[in-house]
Design a protein around this ligand. Structure first.
Ligand SMILES: O=C(O)Cc1cc(O)ccc1O
Ligand SMILES: [Fe+2]
Length: 433
């Protein structure tokens, strides 16, 4: 399919991982081959690989880009001195087995763009391992104008909490707001504009195998996130011969170089490695209609498998509005200890296991084997509740669950809530007969 796109607003092509062909200028895409001797208009053909060349066909992801200048044409990168809270490395202190929770980060001072407004909170594994994830939060108040960002360390999953982001990427433009998510593949350059003047949210950075839709097993062929609800932008480019800084995250550090043009100059592309956005309201939530609280894997939207079957490098899980109907059941999340490590964020509303202290924009961390579950107030309320059908509404939380324990950054350790353990204090002792 070739999509021509003359309109000013971004346009999108539906489907997850599809093979797409899109050109912003008619005739820019070669027909029947990827690298003709002379691409149309003097464009440069460039392959962007998201998986190894030899990955099995069903996992193989790559796109061919037709651009005004090759990416290879750039001066050396030097260390970037800005964004002091972005990718500083995790704290060089023993990792305590404590549960941690954070309030939302403060609003951005004026003039803070998305990159300088990023704060890395949690990370596991080294990006060079090609495994693990990091969780960042952002608070931005200014557009990125003459600079772009690219992450060699992994794909970026944006989870806006307030304010929309317009992501102008090499492969097209995406507008994403609270209640939606967007993914920018590893290595794709982009800049972010703020249509609402400011924006806060989360970024899940995945160093491991690409996020994919989970297998559905006995659920069947449909359900959870359906492939057709993912939207990939059509080709778009800017022809701008102005100095443009490129900030790159590479092996856990930030680097900078400056081009004499915008690298968002991809006039056409084809392939199955591309950015996308997804509206969380499209998630087909499945849950019990009898009794007991199912494992939260029932809410998996995306999974990044590890080499161990069934043990995810990272699962991106959401807790959407839903009816609770279970009979003779303690309905909120149960008390548990998990071999997986759980980082959570809250986009809006309240989370049913935490009556107080977990605010939209906040984060909680329950690393492997940390005892956690409902706080005292939630436990009391749910233990006494009349079990009629009840709609949990106006809420959206997410979990980035990983088989690798998370390490907080120094900033995160220094800003954690001091009293989180007390939410599980003073549970009444069981009374035996
Ligand atoms: O800890 C949490 O709040 C996340 C979670 C939710 C749930 O419904 C079951 C298990 C679980 O870890
Ligand atoms: Fe949990």
């Amino acid at each position: 399919m070739t999509v021509h796109h003359p309109r000013a607003e971004p346009d999108y092509i539906p489907g997850f991982g599809n093979h797409i062909s899109t050109e912003a200028v008619a005739g820019a895409l070669p027909v029947g081959r990827n690298a003709p001797q002379r691409p149309a208009f003097g464009l440069y053909a460039e392959q962007l690989s998201g998986t190894a060349f030899t990955a099995p066909r069903h996992e193989n992801r790559r796109s061919w880009l037709y651009r005004m200048r090759p990416t290879a044409e750039h001066p050396p990168y030097a260390p970037y001195a800005g964004a002091p809270r972005f990718a500083p490395g995790t704290a060089d202190r023993p990792l305590a087995p404590n549960r941690l929770r954070w309030d939302p980060v403060a609003a951005a001072p004026p003039g803070t763009d998305l990159i300088d407004g990023m704060t890395t909170m949690l990370a596991n594994r080294d990006p060079a391992d090609l495994e693990g994830v990091a969780l960042h939060v952002y608070a931005a108040s200014a557009d990125m104008t003459h600079r772009v960002f690219t992450d060699a360390d992994g794909e970026l999953l944006f989870v806006p909490q307030a304010g929309r982001l317009e992501l102008l990427t090499e492969l097209g433009r995406i507008v994403v707001g609270p209640g939606e998510i967007a993914l920018v593949p590893r290595g794709v350059r982009f800049r972010a504009r703020l249509p609402d003047g400011s924006a806060t949210g989360y970024v899940c950075e995945n160093h491991g195998s690409l996020f994919r839709l989970p297998d559905l097993g006995p659920i069947g062929a449909n359900g959870l996130a359906n492939p057709r609800d993912f939207e990939t932008p059509v080709a778009w480019f800017e022809d701008r011969d102005e100095a443009t800084e490129v900030i790159q995250k590479f092996m856990g550090s930030l680097w900078t170089t400056t081009l004499d043009h915008s690298p968002l100059d991809v006039v056409a592309w084809h392939g199955n490695l591309a950015p996308w956005r997804y509206d969380l309201a499209r998630f087909n939530t499945i849950n019990t209609v009898s009794f007991d609280h199912p494992d939260p894997s029932i809410f998996t939207l995306l999974t990044s498998p590890s080499d161990v079957p069934g043990r995810a490098n990272a699962d991106f899980v959401i807790f959407p509005p839903r009816w609770m109907v279970a009979e003779d059941t303690f309905r909120p999340p149960w008390f548990h200890r998990n071999v997986m490590s759980e980082a959570m964020g809250l986009i809006t509303g309240a989370y049913d296991a935490k009556a107080h202290g977990f605010a939209p924009g906040g984060i909680s961390l329950h690393n492997l084997m940390a005892g956690h579950g409902p706080d005292l107030a939630s436990w009391q309320a749910a233990s006494a509740a009349e079990l009629k059908p009840h709609k949990i509404d106006g809420t959206m939380a997410f979990m980035l669950e990983s088989c690798w324990p998370y390490r907080p950054t120094g900033f995160a350790l220094d800003h954690a809530q001091l009293d989180y353990d007390t939410v599980w204090a003073d549970f009444p002792k069981a009374r035996l007969p």
